[in-house]
Design a protein around this ligand. Structure first.
Ligand code: HEC
Ligand code: HEC
Length: 335
């Protein structure tokens, strides 16, 4: 049995007090911890996790459109997973991978079915990376999954952790304004992403070295079916993470500025994804800011792209309630 000396007792009491003094938010879901890739031993597992990490942060050098082996050109642009999943997928609210593995399989509205982590990765491959799916059993897919699973070490299956995705973004009660957004862009973003939005490459075109500052529109970035092409998703990401170095707890942009600059970026041309009209077989599951047809309601394409989004969200809730009531009535009538 452990004997409490006065010194240990005092320390234990101080610890107990410190724990109870923590703010309520820190006691929520599961705590934010990022396991250290470098601390892994150099064995088959540790090396494979590191291989997955390298694929994640230098995707362009392994499966990008400029790699030497044409068979490996799975991605259609020279971004990295880490262009959007910041700090190698370890930045809190920077769409991290920490805790993600524990949340799969999960319901996916875009396919209206239960999807796996592989399917989710390939969603980003075909949209954010404007490319082709990685075969399930390919070395690259297994390495990415192993890295993502490692980042969920000690998170119980189905447990939600605080810091996933981005913080909830409440848009201003008006349409986003790309003209105002252009000014925000010139003042805050162009220094890195450049006036023409094409960013700055690490090397020369063709050498598969990716970007120092990635492009936000044009031919070499995410396509029009990507999550980042939704104004609300982009605004939430930008507010908590841009300009580079920004963290969720000290945003630089106001809601208004993040909303308008997201609209400006997404008003520009980018690759078009084929077949998006088949997304969301149950249209009531389609996010109101999905900027392509068909829609759940009669609102214009313009409003689905730029808002205002509150009326769309209210109309959607009302329609879902009506559909549900009708279903119940039909069921009763059939009895
Ligand atoms: C252009 C930006 C962008 C790039 C590049 C990108 N993604 Fe994503 N990814 C997103 C967005 C946006 C989401 C959705 C976030 C949300 O649900 O709020 C997402 C979600 C995910 C999720 C689910 C996260 C969760 O919390 O459930 C996984 C897994 C994922 N991406 C993997 C990848 C991998 C692997 C790559 C590289 C092959 C990649 N992504 C490249 C933007 C990107
Ligand atoms: C100091 C340089 C810098 C500034 C300023 C900056 N960014 Fe970024 N941005 C980056 C880098 C670098 C990345 C990729 C993440 C990485 O490599 O760590 C990025 C990634 C992004 C992405 C996701 C990747 C992509 O290609 O779409 C978006 C969207 C984005 N930035 C928007 C903005 C907006 C909007 C602003 C202005 C409010 C802004 N950034 C300001 C450096 C910057």
């Amino acid at each position: 049995m452990r004997i409490l000396t006065p010194a240990v007792a005092a320390a234990t009491l101080a610890l107990a007090l410190a724990v109870t003094a923590l703010p309520a938010s820190a006691a929520e879901p599961a705590a934010w911890t990022v396991p250290d890739v470098e601390a892994l031993p150099h064995d088959v597992y540790g090396d494979f996790v590191r291989e997955g990490r390298d694929l994640f942060v230098q995707t362009y050098a392994h499966i990008g459109p400029e790699v030497a082996d044409p068979e490996k050109r799975f991605a259609g642009n020279n971004l990295a997973c880490g262009s959007c999943h910041l700090q190698g997928g370890t930045q809190k609210f920077g769409i991290p991978m920490v805790g993600v593995y524990a949340d799969f399989p999960q319901y996916r509205g875009r396919e209206n079915t239960i999807g796996t982590i592989n399917g989710r990765i390939n969603g980003c491959m075909q949209r954010s990376m404007n490319g082709k799916p990685l075969p399930d059993n390919s070395r690259e897919m297994r390495a990415l999954v192993t890295y993502i699973a490692f980042l969920s070490t000690d998170i119980p299956v189905r447990e939600k952790i605080e810091g996933r995705q981005t913080p909830k973004f409440t848009p201003p009660d008006r349409a986003a304004d790309p003209v105002r957004g252009e000014q925000v862009y010139a003042e805050t973003c162009a220094v890195c992403h450049q006036d023409d939005g094409q960013g700055i490459r690490n090397g020369e075109p063709g050498d598969a070295q990716g970007y120092q500052f990635p492009p936000l529109w044009g031919p070499d970035t995410y396509n029009h079916g990507a999550g980042m092409h939704r104004v609300l998703t982009a605004a939430a990401f930008i507010k908590s993470n841009m300009p580079l170095g920004t963290t969720y707890d000290a945003p630089v942009l106001s809601d208004e500025d993040a909303y308008d600059v997201a609209a400006y970026i997404n008003s520009k041309d980018r690759p078009v994804k084929a077949g998006v009209e088949k997304d969301y077989p149950d249209l009531s599951k389609k996010p109101v800011d999905s900027p392509y047809a068909p829609y759940f309601d009669e609102a214009s394409a313009e409003q689905h792209k730029y808002g205002p989004f509150q009326p769309l969200e209210e109309a959607r809730k009302k329609k879902i309630a009506e559909l549900k009531a009708k279903k119940e009535q039909d069921a009763k009538a059939a009895n």
